[in-house]
Design a binder for this molecule. Structure first.
Ligand SMILES: [Zn+2]
Length: 307
């Protein structure tokens, strides 16, 4: 780019863009390098232990299950996987950096033993809250990746989850990164009352701002994605993927049947049903997820600050 013959105003514009470009490449102080490990995983575990498949109830050696990313080799059911394992299965080795966003534990309703429960879960799962977020490469494509952990109070969304998700979108926007989100949630966290419901509006607004600035948002709905999360950022993706057999909906089928007084159709609220009816773009098996997301990111790659 030649700067000769440019007006002063044009040069000032280029200076701003160049400055922003430098900042965006640094990915600054928002991240910290961490080793993604699963605290639930016991080091003394040997291949002789078994894990029971939740669908076919067959006992599968834990070594095989882990290698298969908890997809049952007998029936193909996608069993629950921890947030740390999911993150590890998605990012290129050694590229993950966790988003720095510490939110203090709050107990707005003075819910009995709530703080202790959260502290215990933090120690047990190694997660700060119901979502693990950071930046990493997926098949060589840099992205902001958020994984909800159903092992942390059913991945329910309270103040902390809402704040972390919102902040992730803001940082991704500033750094012109795409966002890849894996949802797994029982919905809003009842222990935080109306403040957890407010996170629906807050996260949705963050997605909207990110989208207006041209950001790409890829969502993968995993089992189960329900309640306030399905009614906010989980269903606002530009591209919506889902795992086979995942339950996706707002209220449970029994509640809906009782409310409308009608029988629900076969397979209602499954990923397959939503794909047939046009809400889900593609159902992707877990072992293909990394490749598929990597390909989507490559197709939508943005040139950084091209003039
Ligand atoms: Zn099975």
């Amino acid at each position: 780019m030649s700067l000769l013959g440019r007006t002063k105003a044009e040069l000032a514009k280029y200076a701003t863009v160049l400055k922003a470009s430098k900042e965006s490449q640094e990915l600054n102080d928002d991240f910290e390098p961490v080793v993604v490990r699963d605290k639930l995983e016991k080091p003394e575990e040997s291949g002789t232990e078994v894990i029971t498949c939740t669908a076919c109830k067959k006992e599968i050696p834990s070594g095989i299950m882990k290698k298969n990313l908890f997809v049952c080799p007998e029936c193909g059911a996608h069993n629950k996987i921890s947030a740390a394992r999911r993150m590890r299965s998605m990012v290129d080795a050694g590229t993950f950096r966790k988003l720095k966003c510490k939110v203090p534990i709050m107990n707005p309703l003075d819910y009995p033993d709530y703080e202790e429960k959260i502290t215990k879960l933090q120690e047990k799962t190694g997660l700060e809250e119901g979502v693990l977020i950071g930046v990493g490469d997926i098949c060589g494509q840099k992205a902001m990746i958020a994984v909800m952990g159903s092992e942390f109070l059913m991945g329910s969304m309270g103040i902390a989850v809402g704040e972390k998700v919102t902040y992730a979108f803001e940082v991704a926007d500033r750094n012109r990164l795409p966002v890849v989100m894996f949802t797994a949630s029982g919905g809003a966290r009842m222990q935080e009352g109306i403040l957890s419901l407010m996170q629906m509006a807050k996260t949705s607004a963050a997605v909207q701002r990110f989208s207006e600035h041209g950001g790409l948002y890829v969502v993968c709905l995993t089992h189960p994605t329900t309640g306030g999360v399905s009614a906010s950022f989980a269903t606002l993706g530009d591209i919506t993927l889902a795992e086979p057999g995942a339950l996706i909906g707002f209220a449970g089928p029994r509640v809906i049947e009782q409310t409308i007084g009608q029988k629900l159709p076969e397979g209602f609220q499954t990923a397959e049903y939503l794909e047939t009816h046009g809400f889900v773009d593609q159902i992707v098996p877990r072992n293909e997820m990394r490749e598929v997301v990597g390909q989507i990111l490559k197709l939508h790659e943005r040139k950084r600050w091209s003039l």
